[in-house]
Design a protein around this ligand. Sequence first.
Ligand SMILES: Cc1cc2nc3c(=O)[nH]c(=O)nc-3n(C[C@H](O)[C@H](O)[C@H](O)COP(=O)(O)OP(=O)(O)OC[C@H]3O[C@@H](n4cnc5c(N)ncnc54)[C@H](O)[C@@H]3O)c2cc1C
Length: 299
Amino acid sequence: MSLRNLKLRWLKNVPLKNLTTFRIGGPAQYFFQAEAEEDLIEALKEAREADLPVFILGGGSNLLISDRGYPGAIIRPTNRFFRLAGQELEVGAGISLNWLVTEAARLGISGLEGETAIPGTVGGAICSNAGTPDQNIGQLVKEVNFIDRETLELGCYSASRCHFAYRDSIFKRKADKIITSVVLEGRSDQQASIWSRMVDLAQRKASTQPRVYPSAGCVFKNPPGQSAGALIDQAGLKGFRIGQAQVSEQHANFIVNLGRASSQDVLALIDLIKDRVKREFKIELVEEIVILSEELRGS
Ligand SMILES: Cc1cc2nc3c(=O)[nH]c(=O)nc-3n(C[C@H](O)[C@H](O)[C@H](O)COP(=O)(O)OP(=O)(O)OC[C@H]3O[C@@H](n4cnc5c(N)ncnc54)[C@H](O)[C@@H]3O)c2cc1C
C-alpha cells in the first residue's frame, strides 16, 4: 500500500538511524512530523486509508529499530508549546525533556530534577514514566491529553487513569493513544537549590552511565528488589561483545554501539544476556527498551 495524492506531505524512505540515540535502524517507508493536532489526526487517517501500520517516534532514546527499517508510517509528534500557570506547566509532547527540566529550574519550579540528563521528548517520558529509582515523571502529572488511534478523537486522562508504574503506563502497555500534551504540577523553590540537585544527579549519571558510545539507556527493567545491571555484571558479562554491540564496561545494563552495530548484534546480545541471567539466577529479565519490530527477532 502507498500514500498518494494526499493532503499531507509524507517523506519516503527516511533513514531512522540518526533519529535514535542508538544510531541503529533502517529506513521508514513513510515519515511525517506533526506539529498540530489536526495534522496528527490527518496523518493517522491517511495511514489507515493506505492500510499502513503506524509507529509513534519521540526522541528515539529508548528504541532499537531493525536495520530493515519500518515497513509502514512513522509519525513524530513535534508539538512544542509551553505554558506556565502558577506552578502548573502545560507542555507539548514534542518538547525535549532536557529543555523542560532546565526551563522549569530557571523559572524556580521544582519537581523535575529527577528527570535531569534523560534524553528524549516529554511524550516519550510520559509513555515510559521516565525517571530515577526515587522519582518518575508520572508523580508530577495532573493530566495527559491524547488522540485515540482508533476513534481519532481527542481525550484527556487524569494521572490515576494513566496507570503509571515502574517504566510503564497505560500509553506504553496499549500503544493505542498518542500523547499530545501534558499538565505537570511543580512547586516553587529557590533556583539555586533546584540547580544544585540537578548538578548532583547529572554528575552521578556522568560517572555511572556510558556517554561516549551511542546507547538506548537501560536495556532491561530492574527485577523487583534487584538491579539488572548488578545481575548482568555478576554473570560475568560486563564488556562482552557480539559484533559491534557491547555490554558497557561502565554500566552493565547499557548496551553500547561501538560504531557499526547492527540491530541483530544487539538482539543477539540481549538474548544471550537473558539466557545467562536466567541460567545463573533463575531470573527472567524483561526489556525496558522498545524493539521495532519485535517480529524481526531471530529472523
Ligand atoms: C544515555 C541515556 C540515558 C538514559 N537515562 C534514563 C534514565 O535515567 N531514566 C529513564 O527513565 N530513562 C532513561 N533513558 C531512556 C530514555 O531516554 C527514556 O525512556 C525517554 O523518556 C524516552 O523518550 P523518547 O522521546 O526518546 O521516546 P522514544 O524512544 O522515541 O519512544 C519510546 C516509546 O514511547 C512511545 N512514544 C513516544 N512519544 C510518544 C507520544 N507522543 N505518544 C505516545 N507514545 C509515544 C514510542 O512509541 C515508544 O513506544 C536513557 C536513555 C539514554 C540514551
